[in-house]
Design a protein around this ligand. Structure first.
Ligand code: FES
Ligand code: FES
Length: 151
């Protein structure tokens, strides 16, 4: 099945098989390997992308269902400069491994887009679907708090 999407601002087309996920299409057909498949069951958030502006686990979305949609992956965050979330995490020493970090960045960017001044509790709640196997949450939250004035 031919699927046409806008991915990170570019029109992309890929031929997918019926049950393949959006994550699979992004990684294996479009070679956007920033989104990671860790659990592939919607439990860890490492595959987080924006689908028509909504934060989703791309492992749970069928690629065919993304037809005509706008997808933003970690590769589409920022531009010549780091996205503010990426910079905050780098500056706070919160960038640990490549498995969880892309998902945290996408999820945090989605949160700040919706709520530019989240409280610490709101941040924790928004990132509850993202799992770091190393329990590195403290540095991530401290980094994000620098973006909202340490509330
Ligand atoms: S790989 Fe999608 S939630 Fe874990
Ligand atoms: S730093 Fe990525 S899983 Fe812990």
């Amino acid at each position: 099945m031919r699927v046409q999407m806008t991915v990170n601002g570019e029109a992309r087309v890929c031929d997918v098989k019926g049950s393949e996920s959006l994550l699979f299409a992004l990684r294996d057909y479009l070679h956007l390997t920033g989104s990671k498949g860790a659990c592939e069951q919607g439990e860890c958030g490492s595959c987080s992308v924006l689908l028509d502006g909504e934060l989703v686990c791309s492992c749970l979305v069928m690629a065919a269902d993304a037809e005509g949609s706008e997808v933003v992956t970690i590769e589409g965050m920022g531009g010549p400069e780091l996205h503010p979330v990426q910079k905050a995490l780098v500056d706070s020493g919160a960038v640990q491994c490549g498995f969880c970090t892309p998902g945290f960045v996408v999820a945090a960017a989605a949160l700040l887009e919706e709520n530019p001044t989240p409280s610490s509790d709101e941040m924790r709640e928004a990132l509850a679907g993202n799992i770091c196997r190393c329990t590195g949450y403290g540095a991530i939250l401290r980094g994000l708090e620098t973006l909202v004035g340490g509330r």
